[in-house]
Design a protein around this ligand. Structure first.
Ligand SMILES: *Cc1c(COP(=O)(O)O)cnc(C)c1O
Length: 476
């Protein structure tokens, strides 16, 4: 337990981490938040009216707010945390690196953690990926992938500068920067910026619960991939690449792709000589039960974007990996200007890379992927009773990523109108019951840290079930 500290409760600056904050301090912070901060994806007019949950500290899978209330971290702090908060080994790795250098640059220099991490990433990612380009968030990892693919075709001999277009999926989410928004497919986030975006070919994603072809798996024989085939047949000469979130379209509401879909996309890309760009920013690092979702279908993309879980949820870091074929196209003498002119100030940050190396060590040392199997099947089992709920339309799971789609009418699969805020209300109810969740529209999302035990998973699902019941069944 905590040692008694000398600091009095009302004293500034921050109080002892183990003691609840005084009412006065709480009010001060809440006021200042509302005065100075602009929160992401947030209607600030409504934010201003709400009581805030201000997180002060966290340990394992629990977050603690300023009043001392504990919450299960049901979103892994927005899909980044893997081994829990204050994990000893990641803490120590960062502290150790901090004593050497916090940041240097990869422009004209190198550093030890980024060298070691690049080697590790090449070792653990699908076979064939052999080069690592670092950046600092998921959106940039994807931007880099797009620019690499685009330049790659121009550098071919003879040049294939006709290959300039990208194919992306409906419901896709690849980040919020202009390039990654261009290949996104969630209208609510993207439509507003339309005139700023480059044009892509959009094809429907496999959303089996609401199949646009009205078929069902497996008798459909993946008929939804026919669209891509037709498009490639017609337009492959102008297509640089296909961008996909393998296995799970996460931000779309955890829409899981049927088995074989990814492999089929890979085959088509190969057959028509276009690059496959896999965005595993959300699915990477064990989230779907394998280290990378591509590995489930033994697929190697031409370019792979990683971020979120890469540092175990500690620090911003991202990596874009590619094959020797693509890398080599950029080689030449200086004056040929084949160089990839792209880089960020914090590229290859040594603290981030050290955290990432510690993250990967934990996977090995704790045989995490092996232990994950039992958790995944436990989670499948405890989710079953939720199918009986009147307003649960669909439950989708890939490893420890879960989306529970709520519907107003189950038979007709009729969605709740967004203005009813059903997802938001369920998550507010869960927060009262001690768990942090964030919905995606009418989809309740559960993405627990990989270290969550079976009983903790059960507790989380129980809170979700009760919250769904409370909002959709009792308060009509
Ligand atoms: C979160 C996410 C991104 C964007 O990552 P940021 O770090 O938020 O920029 C890109 N792609 C996918 C699949 C994501 O889930």
């Amino acid at each position: 337990m905590a040692k008694k500290t000398k600091q009095k409760r009302n004293e500034l600056p921050s109080p002892s981490p183990k003691e609840p904050t005084s009412k006065k301090e709480l009010i001060r912070l809440e006021k200042q938040d509302k005065k100075y901060l602009w929160h992401p994806f947030t209607q600030m007019q409504e934010w201003a009216k709400q009581p805030l949950t201000i997180i002060q500290e966290a340990k394992g899978i629990y977050l603690k707010d300023l009043s001392g209330k504990r919450y299960l971290d049901g979103t892994s702090s927005i899909w980044v945390n893997l081994h829990g908060h204050q994990h000893k080994e990641i803490d120590q790795a960062i502290q150790k690196q901090l004593k050497r250098v916090a940041h240097s640059t990869l422009l004209g220099l190198s550093n030890i953690p980024s060298i070691e991490l690049a080697k590790e990433l090449v070792t653990i990612t699908p076979k064939g990926l052999s080069r690592v380009f670092f950046s600092d968030n998921g959106s940039t990892a994807v931007e880099i992938a797009i620019k690499m693919a685009y330049q790659f075709w121009q550098l071919q001999k003879p040049s294939r500068s006709d290959k300039k277009k990208f194919i992306s999926f409906s419901n896709a989410y690849h980040g919020d920067t202009i390039g990654s928004v261009s290949i996104g497919g969630i209208d609510l986030f993207h439509q507003r910026f339309e005139s700023l975006l480059f044009k892509t070919h959009k094809i429907p994603s496999p959303y089996c619960y609401r199949c646009h072809l009205n078929l069902s798996y497996p008798s459909c024989q993946l008929a939804c991939t026919d669209d891509l085939e037709k498009l490639l047949k017609r337009n492959h000469r102008e297509i640089a690449g296909v961008v996909i979130e393998p296995k799970v379209q996460a931000a779309a509401g955890m829409i899981t792709a049927p088995i074989g879909f990814l492999q089929r996309i890979r085959q088509l890309c190969t057959a028509y000589n276009v690059l496959l760009i896999a965005d595993e920013v959300a699915t990477g690092f064990g989230r779907t039960g394998t280290l990378f979702a591509c590995q489930e279908e033994k697929v190697t993309p031409d370019i792979l974007a990683l971020s979120k879980g890469i540092t175990g949820g500690y620090l911003p870091l991202a990596a874009t990996l590619t094959t020797e074929r693509i890398y080599k196209a950029f080689l030449g003498s200086y004056e040929e200007f084949k160089t990839f002119f792209h880089g960020h100030s914090y590229t290859g940050n040594p603290l981030g890379c050290s955290a990432a190396l510690a993250n990967l060590k934990i996977f090995k040392k704790e045989r995490l992927l092996y232990r994950l199997k039992g958790k995944v099947s436990h989670l499948t089992k405890i989710l079953q009773p939720l199918w009986k709920r009147t307003h649960v339309g669909d439950i989708r799971q890939a490893g420890l990523m879960v989306g529970i789609e709520l519907v107003r009418n189950k038979e007709r699969k009729e969605p709740y109108p967004l203005i009813e805020k059903v997802g938001i209300r369920v998550c507010e109810e869960a927060r009262r019951r001690g768990m942090i969740l964030r919905p995606l529209g009418n989809v309740i999302v559960l993405v627990p840290p990989l270290i969550a035990s079976n009983s903790e998973l059960s507790r989380m699902v129980e809170i979700i079930d009760l919250s769904i019941e409370q909002v959709t069944e009792e308060k009509q």
